[in-house]
Design a protein around this ligand. Sequence first.
Ligand code: NAD
Length: 488
Amino acid sequence: MKLEHYIGGRHVPSQSGATFTALDPTTNEPYLEVAAGGAADVDAAVAAAQKAFTDGPWSTMPAEQRAGTLRAVAAAIESRDEEIAALECRDTGLPITQARGQARRAAHNFRFFADVITTMGEDVYRVGSAQLNYVVRKPVGVAGLITPWNTPFMLETWKLAPALAAGCPVVLKPAEWSPASASLLPEIMEEAGLPEGVFNLVHGIGEDAGAALVAHPDVPVISFTGESGTGQTIMRNAASSLKTLSMELGGKSPLLVFADADLERALDAAVFGVFSLNGERCTASSRILVQDTVYEEFVARLAERAARVRVGAPGDPATELGALIHPEHYERVMEYVELGSREGARLVAGGSRPEHLTAGNFLAATVFADVAPHMRIFQEEIFGPVVSVTPFSTETEAVELANATRYGLAAYLWTNDLRRTHRLAQSIEAGMVWVNSQNVRDLRTPFGGVKASGVGREGGRHSIDVYTESHIVHLATEDLPIPRFGAA
Ligand code: NAD
């Protein structure tokens, strides 16, 4: 199979002829050849998008009409959801049942933003009867979308849907480790009737194609999801062209379990929160903090459950934990596993490749107990099926531990004490807190993190804010006083 770019409505190879290969995570054999985009390809894609922006009709048509196309995109995704899930499963090693869920969510993203854009109003400010100030929202121009390899198709649509809803033509640069499912988008967009040049796709390595998109003077907004370090590089590189940046970055999210919580449900949430999506999840509950009076019991039950998490072929519907994306990432995760033992944490589950899976990037669900906050496995994002468990005794200590990393994406709080719930939910440094719940998304709410986990928010109207400029018109409805300089 060979993948090309999609620019101005045409499938094209790289102008340089360069390609790269994608690997099958269950064997690490190359299985896909992909066009490796460079600055010239990005220039062509931006020019096509810019032409679509200037010539219309996408950016100027009534919202209801754009929403109709977005709903058609959702339908086109739904009609291919098995194909999308199968491609994603092959490309990323995600278990097929979870890949199916992500494909459904991708369709939902388009329906949701079709609704947002048709129900959104614009603002009016009146100054008595003297002045009427109204705000119109204008699409900002060509949107550059740069996405990671975890749940690639869903995250691509999470940016595409609001950008298109807002009226922006787009250039999408998918992650080089997971290019496959994006290759279905051109066909989906054409079937839905999206005008030519509105959706453009450039594959390639981050430092080449991604960097060229970030540096491009005709791209006024970049929405990026990926590692915090990459986010820092992008901010530096975007400075010369003064862009709007939306940054959804890494995480090391705590899950706090108080002794009064429903421990069985807290355990379900802890296991699912860190081992679903292969642990390659920005909001993974990768640090579990447990009150000392129930600590040993919770660790023992967590270890027992982790040992029973079914690791296996991603395409097998019984599999709960598949193959990690890439041998380089696998090696990095395995280094953290070795580091955990060296740092003195207690390995109570997993820690190695399951015996029946001799090739590919497989790791058993891994639990380290007695993890101290100074340890690197407590501090750093591992982005794999590895969780650390740390005891606390008081509420104050729990908050200190929760806030003791540079990240602040999500937090999960398990307690049945109402007053403590509110106290803690507001003192934990995180963009999003879930109480007695797993990570259930409400797409209307602001999604994003604080500290090294992100800059800005997406979700609902917050996403539309990213892709539009507010344009204010001040209109005098009476004669307002004007100082008469030079009239005396
Ligand atoms: P990454 O930062 O390595 O790559 C993300 C994207 O950026 C890729 O498309 C890559 O090609 C591109 N890129 C790399 N260098 C670039 C550069 N110099 N200029 C422009 N683009 C560049 O991230 P990843 O390893 O693909 O994804 C995993 C990370 O993403 C984790 O840290 C995870 O927490 C984070 N993530 C965050 C969220 C969120 O919403 N906060 C969601 C999913 C993943």
